[in-house]
Design a protein around this ligand. Structure first.
Ligand SMILES: Nc1ncnc2c1ncn2[C@@H]1O[C@H](COP(=O)(O)OP(=O)(O)OP(=O)(O)O)[C@@H](O)[C@H]1O
Ligand SMILES: [Mg+2]
Length: 295
């Protein structure tokens, strides 16, 4: 995988910049347990450079019908990282997430997950229509055997954080698409996952709802409601806006062909999208994406 630091990297002197951290080689084994996602970090959040949440080493995926979805992948995602993946339709992005989640196993190589809790959000919020917002949000916590008092407390907090206070008793059918997705996010984050996997969660939303949810997701990351994320999207701008790092995949069989460090620190303001260094980086990622597998 080529690492293509964008020229905007020189912007590390900008006040928004994150100091570039020394990285260990991609694919290295997780060596230390993940840091728990805490309610607050007095020292301030760190981004990138934590313990490995998941490590792919030479991980390939061939489906039983012979389709080779992924060529060998070497990738480590660490606590404090928000990693986005962009690539053409059918290149293996969802397969990459399924491997990280353990829903499917690698045909060759290894995928080592150190995160104790993994949450997975799909494009479709998949809510239970007969349950209220609150009962949907509580669902995963109930399944873990957490005490009723604890899962109610966590659910209330998450409902508040995703901006659904006042809608606790509503059924999904009376919510907008964006509100349903907020319920899905809240449900996943009740468990404070060490690894948060998101597969085009905002793809079905209109642009304004999508941008709003981008900002809300960023806030949840800034509040450390999840330790590390892998976020799949078709939107390069969304990828750059949210992430510490953007990975570009080749067409199938998917390989990681480029990696862009995103030099903007957190919290990120909504108008970051209008800055010239943001649009330059977005253009560089989009260009690499268009080149596909051509080196
Ligand atoms: N269960 C399966 N059995 C056989 N082939 C599969 C299976 N799941 C996915 N594939 C194939 O693997 C390839 C990668 O699929 P995947 O869903 O990972 O792509 P993707 O990058 O997520 O695509 P999209 O952007 O359209 O969601 C595709 O060619 C797909 O047809
Ligand atoms: Mg997919």
């Amino acid at each position: 995988m080529s690492r293509r630091p964008h020229s905007a990297r020189s912007a590390t002197t900008h006040q928004d910049a994150v100091p570039q951290q020394a990285r260990r080689p991609p694919g290295e084994d997780p060596s230390t347990p993940p840091r728990a996602c805490s309610d607050g970090d007095e020292a301030g959040p760190e981004y990138s450079g934590g313990a490995a949440a998941v490590a792919f080493r030479g991980a390939e995926k061939r489906y039983p019908d012979g389709t080779v979805a992924l060529a060998p992948i070497d990738l480590t995602v660490r606590d404090g990282e928000f990693v986005s993946v962009v690539g053409a339709s059918g290149c293996g992005k969802s397969t990459l997430l399924r491997l990280a989640s353990g829903l499917t196993s690698a045909s060759a190589g290894t995928v080592t997950v150190a995160a104790e809790t993994i949450s997975y959000v799909f494009q479709d919020p998949t809510l239970l229509p007969w349950r209220s917002v609150r009962r949907n949000v509580e669902m995963l916590a109930e399944l873990t055997g957490m005490s009723r008092e604890e899962h109610r407390r966590r659910a209330s907090e998450m409902i508040e954080l995703v901006g659904l206070a006042g809608f606790e008793r509503h059924r999904p059918r009376s919510l907008s698409g964006g509100m349903r997705m907020r319920v899905s996010l809240a449900r996943s984050l009740v468990l404070s996952p060490g690894l948060f996997l998101l597969d085009e969660p905002f793809g079905a939303l209109d642009e304004m709802s999508r941008e709003r949810l981008n900002r809300e997701l960023l806030r949840l990351f800034e509040l450390r409601r999840f330790a590390a994320a892998i976020f799949v999207t078709h939107s390069v701008s969304e990828a750059v806006f949210l992430s510490t790092r953007v990975l570009v995949m080749s067409p199938r069989p998917g390989r990681l062909i480029a990696e862009f460090e995103v030099p903007f620190g957190y919290p990120r303001a909504a108008d970051l999208r209008f800055r010239s260094d943001f649009t330059e980086l977005t253009a560089a990622v989009a260009h690499r994406l268009r080149e596909g597998g051509d080196e």
